[in-house]
Design a protein around this ligand. Structure first.
Ligand code: BES
Ligand code: MN
Ligand code: ZN
Length: 493
């Protein structure tokens, strides 16, 4: 857990192990933009940074030890690029993220905020401060995240700044929760445990939690969740999280794919990198984390979270290619590939979510490898049955700092999902596989019900080195977008 505070202390006097300062290129030199530093102090820092080759370009981090007159033992400059050009919030998030990632092992750091985009700087600094060490017997101290981040501001701390620090702290804790759930080994997080974690995540907030076990799923006709779960010794679950503050006029439903491990089932996956399929519940993690943040922030909007969860295993009880089952809404589905399992559990949850006729339904799912082929590892695909809803979610994602891009749901792909035996098959055209998965999901949305599908297969899991404020492993993708959409709905009429 990271403690975030804000104070109106002069940078030179700030306590702590390190002081982070914004740096800009200026004419043929550089300049430190930190109100409260004397000219002499600024000069010393600029000279030292120059000697170390700092140029102030966006994202550059330079460490300077022992600047006389500065209380913190280490000064860290963070390049923000040309101060006269209109700043890009995401570049500021990443730059501050780089600075904080360079400070692991420190206990307390002070961070001077830039004049513009101070909110983005807070977010980047906070989100970068993460490590997953729950399963290390002796975590290395030099890799441990910073305990306390103190933001410094020029004069008085404004009420706006104070409430923003609170918001960033709540969202930061939620993003970390989603990352933890994704990073947790699959043997430690079967569906029943994920359901328990969902309940625990919102225990401190006014959120009602309902959990369906396999008997209740049977009773209610959740054929998709049961079909995927039947091959595992760890039975499936469905969790509903209801946050309904008095007076809320809008209703948002969020649905997250919760496959706690995806072997592919009988249509088994190749061995390489299969361990990454522990992250196949990242959509569920985003829903759980967003519910926690939305309720903690007491956003005046009704939000219902749905988490269908199963473990996709091959076994003597596993579903077979060729099996037919019925979803919650009575649609019959022929399973032609057991590795296209996410859409099967989502079919039931979407079927339940639409019964409440929310103003908007958004699902998030690590649904297809095709998403990564189409958009790469960092950009989510955004599909919808209405242009308005898709645009609304893309704009919220952009404001929140999550890379998401609009994608179509071409009508012509529907026939590729035709089944000789049932109403629909679970695989369609491999070309545009992200889109055919989206077209499958659309089958469960009645006309007139606004719905957006986020394929986060790539962005949910960073299999490369950490960058900016994104750690290795679970990233917490979609959490900030969910919270941003909820907050925009809360402020709309
Ligand atoms: N969980 C996978 C998708 C995935 C792949 C997520 C790689 C993250 C990284 C999903 O269940 C899956 O296996 N999809 C299949 C669908 C196919 C059988 C139609 C795929 O993409 O290959
Ligand atoms: Mn699969
Ligand atoms: Zn999957």
């Amino acid at each position: 857990m990271t403690t975030l505070t804000i104070t109106a202390t002069a940078p030179a006097q700030a306590a702590g192990d390190a002081l982070v300062l914004p740096l800009h290129p200026k004419a043929s030199t550089i300049t430190v933009a930190a109100p409260g530093l004397t000219r002499g102090q600024t000069e010393k820092i600029v000279n030292a940074a120059r000697a170390l080759g700092a140029s102030g370009t966006s994202g550059e981090v330079t460490k300077i030890a022992h600047v006389s007159g500065i209380k913190a033992g280490l000064v860290v400059t963070v390049g923000l690029g040309d101060a006269t050009k209109s700043a890009d919030a995401e570049a500021v998030r990443r730059a501050y993220g780089n600075a904080v990632r360079a400070l692991t092992g420190k206990r307390r750091i002070s961070v001077v905020l830039p004049e513009d985009n101070w909110a983005a700087a807070m977010v980047g600094a906070r989100l970068a401060n993460y490590a997953f060490t729950a399963f290390k017997s002796a975590p290395k101290k030099e890799n441990s995240p910073v305990q306390t981040i103190t933001f410094l501001c020029a004069d008085r701390v404004s009420a706006e700044q104070r409430s923003l620090v609170h918001e960033v702290a709540v969202i930061g804790d939620a993003v970390d929760l989603a990352r933890d759930l994704v990073n947790t080994p699959p043997n430690a997080l079967p569906p029943a445990t994920l359901a328990r974690e969902a309940k625990a995540a919102v225990a401190a907030a006014p959120v009602k939690v309902t959990i369906w076990d396999e008997k209740a799923l049977q009773r209610d006709g959740c054929g998709g969740i049961l079909a995927v779960g039947q091959g595992s010794a760890n039975p499936p679950r469905l969790v509903k999280l209801e946050y309904a503050p008095r007076g809320a006029s809008k209703h948002l439903a969020i649905v997250g794919k919760g496959i706690t491990f995806d072997t592919g089932g009988i249509s088994i996956k190749p061995a390489a990198n299969m361990d990454e399929m522990k992250g196949d519940m990242a959509g569920a993690a985003a829903v759980i984390a967003a519910m926690q943040a939305i309720a903690a922030l007491r956003l005046p909007v009704r939000v219902t979270g749905w988490v269908p969860s199963a473990e996709n295993m091959p076994s003597g009880t596993a579903q077979r290619p060729g099996d037919v089952f019925s979803t919650y809404d009575g649609t019959t589905v022929e399973v032609l590939n057991t590795d296209a399992e996410g859409r099967l559990i989502l079919a039931d949850a979407l079927g339940m979510a639409v019964e409440e006729k929310p103003d908007l339904i958004i699902d998030a799912a690590t649904l297809t490898g095709a998403q990564r082929i189409a958009l790469g590892s960092r950009t989510a695909g955004v599909m919808s049955n209405t242009d308005d809803a898709r645009t609304q979610v893309c704009e919220a994602a952009d404001a929140a700092g999550e890379a998401m891009w609009p994608m179509p749901l071409p009508e012509d792909l529907r026939s590729s999902l035709d089944s000789a035996t049932a109403d629909i098959a679970n695989i369609g055209d491999r070309m545009g596989g992200m889109l055919s998965a989206g077209v499958f999901l659309k089958e469960f949305i009645p006309p007139g019900q606004p719905w957006v599908h986020l394929d986060i297969a790539g962005p949910a899991f960073n299999d490369k080195a950490a960058y900016g404020y994104t750690p290795k492993g679970g990233t917490g993708a979609a959490v900030r977008t969910f919270v941003e959409v909820a907050s925009r709905l809360a402020n709309s009429r």
